[in-house]
Design a protein. Structure first.
Length: 324
């Protein structure tokens, strides 16, 4: 993970880093740091750590063969940039077939609508014939048998209309199902194009074209260069006083002449043993609380092309808010 790598310090040597400190921490911040050396004043705590950044793994949702990887390790990407593609010939064929099936279902709906119109016309005729026969029956010009035939015809025509309308409803449901299938396949096809969820730097390129990944297989790993921090470990007495948002200053082993402003963004709720690389052996025998010191994003945005992670250093944290 990386902030202030070699290139950064070359810029800093020309005054860029001094500008960062003055703008972000102010001249008072510089004096605040230097006043702590070599002896730490009461109300401040010192600890060791490493610069880290939030890592984002870009993975496949559906398994498949990688057709392209469009980024190299170390490249900077913006949110939404395409980083890789999965071979999707078969899925594209399925999508075309689903689209054709949708058109077929729509044609069936047209036919159902036409059939309804035909059956409703037949019903209208049958009802008219029935009414005329009833009138003739009243005047003695039609037989009971004829009246029964007209009633049967009208009943059959009404049933035919009901059947045609049911066919239309079935066609509409089939269209909805076909369109849903198209939407599912289209969404799945979208997942075959992998994009960066955030802006960042490619830390690892994990696959090459031609490789086949299972669902969830990782393609590239990104570092969010606007979310850079250092985790340090403080003993109970100091961690208990530390507040979220408290000021901190970081100084890296690679450039001890420069100070990086930060603030407390997290204090662990449970104690733990500190990692081997952070503290001395005697200090690791004590239970400590993890404290995260975050570097302001507005500073990092101006130096995204030079931010590097993994650099060790130390931090001083203001654990007593009333201390100046």
């Amino acid at each position: 993970m990386d902030i202030l790598g070699k290139n950064r310090f070359e810029l800093a040597g020309r005054g860029a880093m001094v500008a960062v400190i003055v703008l972000a921490a102010g001249f008072a911040g510089w004096l605040w740091w230097t006043s702590l050396e070599p002896d730490l004043q009461p109300g401040f705590a010192r600890a060791n750590g490493r610069i880290e950044a939030t890592r984002i793994d870009v993975a496949v949702k559906y398994g498949g063969q990688i057709s392209e990887v469009l980024v190299e390790q170390g490249a900077l990407v913006e949110a939404g940039d395409v980083v890789a593609r999965i071979e999707a010939t078969e899925l594209e064929a399925q999508l075309r077939a689903a689209g054709a099936a949708t058109l077929q279902r729509k044609q069936e709906l047209v036919q159902a609508e036409a059939l309804i119109a035909q059956r409703e016309g037949e019903l209208s005729l049958a009802q008219s014939e029935l009414e005329r026969t009833e009138t003739l029956m009243e005047r003695g010009y039609a037989t009971a048998e004829m009246l029964d035939i007209r009633r049967s015809q009208a009943t059959s025509a009404a049933a035919a209309v009901t059947t045609a309308r049911a066919r239309r409803a079935s066609a509409e449901a089939a269209i909805m199902a076909a369109e849903a299938n198209v939407a599912v396949l289209a969404a799945r096809l979208d997942y075959h194009v992998l994009t960066a969820p955030r802006a960042g730097r490619v830390q690892y390129r994990l696959v090459e074209p031609g490789e086949i990944l299972p669902p969830g297989g990782k393609v590239v790993s990104l570092l969010d260069l606007t979310d850079v921090y250092m985790d340090v470990y403080l003993p109970t007495a100091e961690a208990g006083q530390t507040r979220i948002g408290a000021e901190a200053r970081l100084i890296l082993d690679a450039a001890p002449q420069y100070v990086v402003p930060a603030h407390v963004s997290f204090v662990a709720s449970e104690a733990q043993f500190t990692p081997k690389f952070v503290e001395t052996e005697s200090e690791r025998e004590k239970l400590m609380f993890r404290v995260r010191l975050k570097i302001p994003a507005e500073i990092l945005r101006n130096y995204s092309d030079t931010v590097k992670t993994g650099l060790p250093g130390q931090a001083v944290v203001r654990v007593a808010p009333d201390v100046v």
